[in-house]
Design a protein around this ligand. Sequence first.
Ligand code: PGA
Length: 281
Amino acid sequence: MLVILRKTYEDLSREAARLVADRLRRKPNLVLGLATGSTPLGLYKALIEKHKKEGLDFSKVTTFNLDEYIGLPPSHDQSYRYFMRESFFKHVNLDPRYTHVPDGMAHDVEAQCEWYEQRIREVGGIDLQILGIGANGHLAFNEPGSSLGSRTRIKTLTERTVRDNARFFANADEVPRYAITMGIGTIMEARELLILASGEGKANAVKAAVEGPITATCPASICQMHRRAYFIIDEAARSKLTEVPIEEVTGREYAAPGFQSLWLGERSEPGEERRAHPHRG
Ligand code: PGA
C-alpha cells in the first residue's frame, strides 16, 4: 500500500491521471475499472485533456464501472451510465461497446451480476481499478458490514449513503435504496487499485482505511491486503492520519531512485516480488 499526498484536489486529480495515462501507454488495451461520484471527476477531466492535447488513445480500452442504482434507466440523469457518458465516455475515443456499467433495469438482477463477473473474466480481469471512498468507508456500494469476499450483487444502501447522495436528487425520497455493485472480492482481483479521497469529510474514512484494523465495518480497509493499492489523497483528507510513515505521506520519496521503477515500471511476473521501498507495505 502506498499513500501519496497531494496538496489540493486539482493536484490529486493530475497525479491520478498521470498514473492512468502511464498504464494506458504501456498497455493500449487496458482494462480499466471506473468509479462515479464527485471525487473522480477531476481525474476524468484531466484524462479528457490528455486525450485532446496529447492524443491519449482509449480506442482499445475496455471499462467496467463499479456500480449502478437499481431502477434508474441509462437516460436518467442520476444513473451512473448517464454520469459516465456525460463526464467521460463521450469526450474520449472509447468504443461504447467496450464500456460496461451494470444494468440497473435488468429483470433478472442475479443473472446480470453473474454476467458482469463473467465479462470481467472474459477480458482477462481488470488491470487498474479507480475507487472513491465513502464517508462511511464503503467501496463502491459495499457498505459497512459487506462480506470482504463478496462478488457482484445487489446491495441495500445505508441511510448514511442515501443521505450523502440525496444532494444529487430533488429530495431524499427519490434516491434509490438498492444498487448493483461489484463485490469486494471482485475489486480485490484487480491488478492495481487507485483510491482517491479529497476533503475533510473523508478524513475519518481515510484514517480507518489506511491505519485502522482490516474490518468489514470499514470495507476500504481491505485495500491494506492488496499488493498494489495506491491512495492518492489531498491535505484535508490526510488530516487525521498519524501512523503512516511521513515519507509516504509527504510523497518525498516520489522522486527518489527506485520509486520510479515501482510507479512507472513494468509489471512484475506473477509471484515475483518487487523490491519495495522499506516503508512500503
Ligand atoms: P464521492 O463518493 O466521490 O461523491 O465523495 C465516493 C463514494 O461514495 O465512493
